[in-house]
Design a binder for this molecule. Sequence first.
Ligand code: CP
Length: 534
Amino acid sequence: MDKKSVFTGRSLCVIDDFTIEERKHLFTEVRKLKTAMQENNLPVMESYRIDDKDFGIYEVFLEDSTRTKESFRNAANFHHVKVSELNSDSSSFNKGESYADTFNTLSGYSNSVFIIRSKVEGVCRWLEDECSAYAQRNKLWRKPAFINAGDGKHEHPTQELLDEFTFLEDNNWKTDSIHVALVGDLYHGRTVHSKASGLKLFDTVKVDLIAPVELAMPETYVLKMRENGFEVRIFSSLEEYLAQKDIADKWYFTRPQLERMGDRILQRQEQLRSAITFKRSYMPLLKEGTKFYHPLPRHKVTPTIPTYLDDTSLNGWERQSINGMYVRIILLALIGGKIGQTFVPEQKIVDQERAEYIFEVDLTQMPLREKVVSEGVTPIHNGLVIDHICRGDSPSVIRDHMRLISSVLGLDEDKGGEWVSSGHKGEDSFKGIIFRPDAPDLTRKNLKRLAAVAPGCTLNIIRDGKIEKKYRLHMPPRIYNFDDLACTNEACISYPQQNEGVPAHFTRNKENLFACSYCEKTHSFKEIWQSRNK
Ligand code: CP
């Protein structure tokens, strides 16, 4: 364990925390271990064991579980390490203790890996930062790693790993293409949400989403799949799906979580279940070699994969569940630093988060024409002019947004005004202009706020009738450090009413939407500011 690997001490909060080549490396090791365990090849099994009684692995399950909890417990026991479990019913969570205080405390007792299941989304990402700072403050010898064992409706990355491993087994280890039908409760099912990124493992991906509208995949995951280049088709029932000819050879069922959906839905539960339950009459319509999968559990009274299919070649779900332990043994071996030293990543991680977005214009290089303040604004002698606001939006939208900008920057009590103008060249598109005579310069923090609330604008600082400074503000790569902002997802660890003291933090994605860094809910920059607490 001397040479450190890139996996040592890493957290797995979402499936994308491990790159595709890292996951492929993990699967290669799982395959070797699975063979060794099936053949009882003790020397090979031994080569994977952490074998350190002081290496602490802690399970904290705040929601029910059989497979994830017990396969992790058995995987941890395989390693001959210290395995603990927090009894949440009798813990100080019940006295109102925060996640941060609870996990900081446990990490002080020589624990290196935490496996957490919770209703609250983004918990592991938050704790990764928080417990790292605690470890440093208290000179702990190792900062802990966090494994997300399912957080609300968000992700279940270790289930995704074992699903991918099982798909690979049935794909002859080829990653060139996959055609998979996701069937069931795609709205609540975190295992299918992880597939929006997880299936990137395959070069060509075709996904058929089969669910009645009440249980449909949230739009944000459908968009993510399409952004990732997947071909996505949507069907409201198995009957509708089987009425066409292009049928997947892999079917991934999920449990309907109707109990979460209120009385109106419960009245229709039979109809909803029927739309996603396999029936004998469908059998002749299946392709040869078809496999069914299910993260399980299935309901003993109303299973969507009937039990009479257990003893057929369709059954992929039992092997899938068994693979869970092998996958989790290898994951712990990698994070624990026992293996992974031979892996050399080819993919470079690009840090786009530090990109500059506030640009001061060199006024000596600027054409004279541009030094003129826009139409409609009486040139002011001293103060601020914010120009090019919401270019292209309608005048009413621009006016609403200018009121918001003024409030966000604390300019409401200053003199001056707002103006909607057409551009220099008299084109059709409109833009907003805010002018504030005699206002002082913006602080650096307010410049950042302006970039985040009015990306694409320019800020002119006017002194003695001339532009003294000019900034062009682009959309920032991150929005954070503003106390009045919050994620809009009530289940997110950073949602103010969770009372966990987690500041909002958003990261811009390729579509220029801002994803919460904890629960990944996406927001436009306008949505972020419209929901702010004043
Ligand atoms: N697949 C899965 O997460 O099962 P459990 O809820 O039993 O852990």
